[in-house]
Every structure is written in structure tokens, then in C-alpha cells.
Design a protein around this ligand. Sequence first.
Ligand code: NCD
Length: 324
Amino acid sequence: MSELRVVPGDLVPPRRERRHLLSVEDLTRDDVERLLATAHSFAVSQERETKKLPTLRGRLVINLFYESSTRTSSSFELAAKRLSADTLNVKSAGSSVDKGESLKDTTLTLSSYDPDVIVVRHPEAGAANIVADNTKARVVNAGDGKHQHPTQALLDLYTLREAFGRLDGLHVAIVGDVAHSRVARSLVQALRLVGSDAILVGPPTLVPNGLAPVSHDIAAIADADVIYVLRMQKERMLAGASFVPTLREYTARWGITPERVGAGQRVMHPGPMNRGVELDPRVADSPASLVVDQVRAGLVVRMAVLYDLLTAGPVAVETAVGVA
Ligand code: NCD
């Protein structure tokens, strides 16, 4: 005779339940499609005079930022507000903090307010996982070291679809400091997920092998649909290490100037831009640039991510039975 027993301690989240967004690896192609479709409907709602929706009224979103941020932190805050959630913004300089332990303590402290979502940015890879391990809230990784930045990848996909009308078969040249870039790591995975591809272009000191095809020749950008430009992320470089002889030389060899942008090519940059270093201002401000579209996409994509985590809900907890 068999007897069904529910043992609370044995509750296993169903495989498809997405409790957190820590990495692009957490996403399936279906997840991407659903999130982009939701973001699109939020974009339509943002064209109305009254932009606030009641969807997440009474929910609490905590933005925990241990690293500087303009676009990501402002768009998460505004996304939560546009969905009527309460927001709490906690910033820390981070530099003098013992990262692992204090992050755990901060998470435990903030979790006592019963947040629904904690959005976290931190200079250490794996920080978002530490937060997720210490809270009942859902966790969104807003950038952990040079590891992952999944909402940036999603907003980039959204921008690509708006610009090209499709996501598959696109060829993206990611140019610059890939070595220190979580944006590049997440984007390479996201492009692969939707049937597009990336080539990494830059000097050997800044472009690692093993993520995607690599070229050390700027001419390799010529056949890309999109030139995706990265800044030199000095805060993640080892002190004293030299990755390029001089900025002037870097700009001459790798800077994206009008002469290097072909007809029909589009240019993206996650920000913050160093105008005149990796990207010529004439390109940044040209019709080829999708930079402003990316920022606008950031708001609606982050609304979609918050909405999806909090309202799509877990799949029925049907696996939570033990058979004796
Ligand atoms: C990026 C980041 O912080 O990872 N910026 C962003 O989120 N838009 C890229 C960068 O800092 O260069």
C-alpha cells in the first residue's frame, strides 16, 4: 500500500519555477519571449499620460547597490514605482566592507522587512547568489563583478528586436574590454539563446578566448549587423596592470569612428560611455546609435522582470509529495 505524505521539509521547487534572475543561464528561449512580450505591453502603457499601474501595489522592492550605477539603479527604481511597488534604495560604497560576510548580514537585515524582491549589484562575482541563499525574497542580479548582468542582456535583446524586427540570425561584434565585462558575458549567452551570434573584437589583453570567436583586427566589425561597444572597465582591472599602451593608441586602433561604421550597421553601448575613447561622439549621436533606445528599453524590461517574478507565480507545487 502506498500513502502520499507531504513533508514540508522535502518541498522541492518544481524545475521550471524561476525564483530568481541571477544569470542568463536561468532563462529559456520561452522565458525570453514572454519577458520581451510583457516589456512590450509595458512600453505601450508608458505612452499614456498616467504611467503608473497598480500591478505590484503593496509589494516591496529593495535595490541594494554596492557599486555605482546610473541607468540600472534608476530604471529598477522607476520600474518598481511605475508598478506601484514600494521601493527602498540601499547604497554602499563597498570598498571597505568584508564582502562575503557583510553582504550576508545586510541581506539578513533587509530581509526582516519581508521584501518581495531584492535587486543587487556588487563588485564580486557570485554576490547575487549569496543574497539569494540568505533571503526568502526573489533576487535579481543587477551586475556581479565581471560575471553576469542578465537584465542588461534582456534589454539589449529588446532593443535588437525593435531595431531589426527579429532576434535570430543577427551578427554582433562586441568591441573593447570584454575581459572585465559582465555585459559581454551575458550578451554572448543571450544571443546564442535566440539564434544569433557574437564575435569579440579587441586587443589580446582585453579579449579572452573561449567565450565566442575572437578577432584582434578591427576590420572584423565590417560584416556585423551591430557594433556593440564597451568601455575600459578600469575599476575591475588589477591595480598597476596595463592593458593598453595609451588611451590615445587604443582609440586610434579600436575606437568606433564614423569611418568604421558601415551603411546599415547599428551601434550599441551599455553605458557609461567614454566619449572620444571607445566611441566617437559623432557616432554616439548619429542615427546609427541605439544607445538611447537601450536606456528606454531598460525601464520596460525591468518592469517585465519584476512583474514576471512576482505575478507569474510558481508552477503548481505538485512534486512536493513523498511516497512512503
Ligand atoms: C555596465 C555595468 O555596470 O556592467 N553598465 C550598465 O549596467 N549599463 C557596463 C559598464 O559599467 O561599463
